[in-house]
Ligand binder design. Structure first.
Ligand SMILES: *Cc1c(COP(=O)(O)O)cnc(C)c1O
Length: 349
């Protein structure tokens, strides 16, 4: 087993968390004169800094211990915290597999951490040989693996992730923002096998709560304890904790919506493949399709003109546009506008 305390930055290992008087008193009933709150109003009290109720619901749902859960202001907060806890600015490094989610880059940059990028192979999977070489670097502290990957949509092979977990002296962070749309199993189930595994999930995608900003990190209790120590004490508001609890309590709506999106993903893919402006649609385990167009740039511009906003990924994947699966009506609108664009620019296609 890896001694994780040796991997964290020395200043973080020494850090004592901010404590409030409420730490010494648990219970909702009492006369609270400790935190300089207003005695009036409905949002007048600070939220539970440990999000105990939400953690107990999640622990049950994910079959983990509450001590294995960190709750953040979106999973983006967890990404930033991992850099701050484990990477010494200017000295340490992290690894990603390109193309992938842009926040790893931004967080690395903010924390003055060099990000090493290994290109994904032709099937958008990890080049294991190359990765095993890079992770022997003692200054490398974090490896981010997005699976299903954004923007390519595929799962990363289990074998590669297992090999990296078994071989790496630092943390392997598997970002599962899209896991609910996927046929793959969550890595949360493997937490007890690998002490250096951290799994990120979010309420922002399948759970339909992007506005509330609630994300999760699941990991070894010693890593989670460091994250809780470093986070701002009241990082998830009462409104957001409540929104998350409400969403998690309605499993039925969640299942129906996911099924609807998966069905639409298949239908949309079929219709896109009929268009002459489309070269190919990559396989997807997420709620979006990565589409290669004949001329991605002009399609993107034309769609924006028609107020249809998609994600131009041309700089990551040749002529690639990432299209989120919407409602049936939204997807139909996208398709009919694409047909109009083709008709108007008939010389191009
Ligand atoms: C959307 C997304 C997230 C979600 O971030 P939140 O801060 O929880 O909204 C995380 N990782 C990836 C790969 C994503 O695409």
């Amino acid at each position: 087993m890896i001694d994780l305390s040796k991997i964290a930055r020395a200043n973080i290992q020494k850090l004592r968390a901010y404590s409030s008087a409420r730490d010494e008193f648990s219970g909702n009933e009492g006369v609270f004169l400790d935190a300089n709150e207003s005695p009036y109003g409905i949002l007048n009290r600070y939220p539970d800094p440990y999000q105990s109720e939400l953690k107990s619901v999640l622990a049950n749902l994910k079959q983990v211990q509450p001590e294995q859960i960190f709750i953040g202001n979106g999973s983006d907060e967890a990404i930033d915290l991992l850099f701050r806890i484990f990477c010494e600015p200017v000295k340490d490094r992290a690894l990603t597999f390109a193309p992938t989610y842009g926040m790893y880059d931004v967080s690395a940059e903010i924390n003055a951490v060099e990000l090493v990028k290994i290109p994904l192979n032709r099937g958008f999977d990890i080049d294991l040989e190359e990765a095993l070489k890079v992770i022997s670097d003692q200054r490398l502290k974090l490896v981010f693996i997005c699976s299903p990957n954004n923007p390519t949509g595929n799962l990363i092979s289990i074998k590669s992730i297992e090999r990296l977990l078994a071989s790496f002296h630092g943390l392997v962070v598997v970002d599962e923002a899209y896991i609910d749309f996927s046929s793959g199993k969550s890595w949360v189930e493997s937490l007890n096998r690998f002490s250096n595994l951290v799994v990120l999930q979010t309420m922002s995608k399948a759970r339909g709560l992007a506005a509330a900003r609630v994300g999760f990190a699941f990991g070894n209790p010693s890593v989670i304890e460091l994250m809780n120590r470093v986070k701002p004490p009241y990082n998830v508001s009462s409104l957001n904790q409540q929104a998350a609890l409400t969403a998690l309590s309605d499993g039925e709506t969640f299942e129906i919506q996911v099924q609807q999106i998966l069905q639409e993903r298949g239908r949309l893919k079929g219709k896109l493949l009929e268009l002459k402006s489309v070269v190919s649609v990559y396989p997807s385990e997420a709620n979006f399709l990565l589409v290669e167009f004949v001329d991605g740039q002009s399609i993107y511009k034309e769609l924006v003109k028609r107020k249809i906003i998609v994600r131009n990924r041309a700089n990551q994947v040749n002529n690639g546009i990432r299209i989120t699966v919407g409602t049936p009506a939204e997807n139909d609108l996208l398709l009919s506008e694409l047909i109009k664009i083709e008709d108007e620019e008939s010389t191009v296609y």
